[in-house]
Design a protein around this ligand. Structure first.
Ligand code: 5AD
Length: 370
């Protein structure tokens, strides 16, 4: 059994078939039962509060060429940008003053020294200007363990790095075969994040051409066996001028949306105390879909607080919502939307996943016993 298969096959008796059935069922009552169970479990184990993270899209400069992604290096049609320090600090101040508790710095992937140092200094500046009160999640792609450690020590304590799909063959179809886009590197990076001590998040795209419900069931099992703290996943969406557009779609947008909601609910049932995001991509298919995700088990929302003039240039996929709503309006909009969920916003809370606390407490207890 190879290293990767261990994650898929551990403790698996019978689950995969059930998950496939639940992802595909046409029984409306069963579907509702899944969603209700997921919400009840969330309320019980993760709380009925929604955590806000202010999303700062730091830069669309990227060294990678993922076929599905609008900011891939080979896309000549977008204007490349990088926020300056004052713009990042202003966005962080907005989040802090509006009691969001934490921000996510997301960026195209670069691993050159200038970029690595820049992120470190931004982390230090945010810590300094918010008296250490604002937590920072990074989503800046695959890096060496050394870089992950440097950023952790500079103040980041969560990291999101999607595996995109746990199916190696499908992963290879989504990426160039240039040796720079390897599944095993992605997996190792995720392992590094955990070793360094991050609250570790991953995720997948749902409804990719060629993906099957069996692969999606495996993704859920992968999350559980990898023991992730956080998951952000959403529908696959077309992006302009991509080679992916030459491949026939397997799922219609409405099917991708439905599968995404079921994936969220089933993951909540499998992993009761993790953080699950209601991802932006959901809203690209249906305006109310992020709300629907909160109504079937998600507990994290990431309102975009990137300065408006850069939003156009950070379109990972077509139809990206929120290009014109500024941070203030966006936040008020979500506050109002939450009234429809029976959940309240968790103002001023860092929103650490309970799962992380449980998993690290357990290993500390074990250390004490040894
Ligand atoms: N459709 C859906 N999600 C996408 N992402 C990138 N491109 C697309 C797309 N076309 C997601 C990837 C990536 C995250 C930052 O955005 O999962 O990890």
């Amino acid at each position: 059994m190879n290293h990767y298969h261990e994650y898929l096959l551990k403790d698996l008796s019978g689950d995969r078939e059930t998950l496939i059935e639940l992802l595909s069922t046409r029984d409306a009552e069963l579907r509702d039962a899944i969603f209700t169970k997921a919400v009840n479990l969330r309320n019980l184990h993760a709380g009925n509060k929604i955590y806000f993270r202010g999303l700062i899209e730091y830069s669309n400069k990227c060294s990678k060429d993922c076929h599905y992604c609008g900011i891939r290096a080979c896309n000549p049609t977008i204007e490349r940008y990088e926020l300056n320090e004052a713009e990042v600090i202003e966005a962080a101040q907005f989040a802090w003053k509006n009691r969001l508790g934490s921000v996510v710095i997301q960026s195209g992937e670069r691993s050159d020294k200038t970029f690595v140092k820049k992120i470190s200094s931004l982390l230090e500046a945010i810590r300094f200007t918010t008296y250490g009160e604002l937590k920072v999640t990074l989503s800046c792609g695959e890096q060496s363990e050394e870089t992950f450690r440097e950023w952790y020590e500079a103040g980041a304590d969560r990291y999101l790095l999607r595996i995109e799909t746990s199916n190696v063959g499908l992963f290879e179809q989504l990426h160039p075969t240039d040796g720079k886009h390897l599944f095993k590197t992605r997996l190792r990076a995720l392992e590094s994040l955990k070793r360094v001590g991050y609250q570790t998040g991953t995720g997948v795209m749902i409804g990719i051409p060629g993906q099957t419900t069996e692969m999606l069931a495996n993704d859920l099992i992968f999350f559980r066996n990898f023991n992730v703290d956080m998951v952000g996943m959403g529908p696959y969406l077309e992006t302009s001028d991509s080679v992916m557009n030459d491949v026939a779609n397997t799922f219609r947008p409405a099917e991708r949306l439905e599968l995404s909601l079921r994936m969220i609910a089933l993951l909540r049932i499998l992993m009761k105390d993790i953080n699950i995001a209601a991802s932006t991509a959901l809203q690209a298919i249906e305006p109310s879909a992020r709300l629907a995700a909160l109504n079937c088990g998600a507990n994290v929302l990431m309102p975009n607080i990137t300065p408006l003039q850069y939003r156009e240039s950070y379109q990972l996929y077509n139809n990206k919502p929120g290009l014109t709503m500024d941070a203030e309006d966006n936040l008020r909009y979500w506050e109002e939307q939450l009234l429809q969920t029976g959940c309240s916003p968790a103002w001023d809370e860092h929103g650490d996943p309970m799962h992380y606390q449980h998993r690290t407490k357990k290993s500390n207890d074990q250390k004490i016993l040894i």
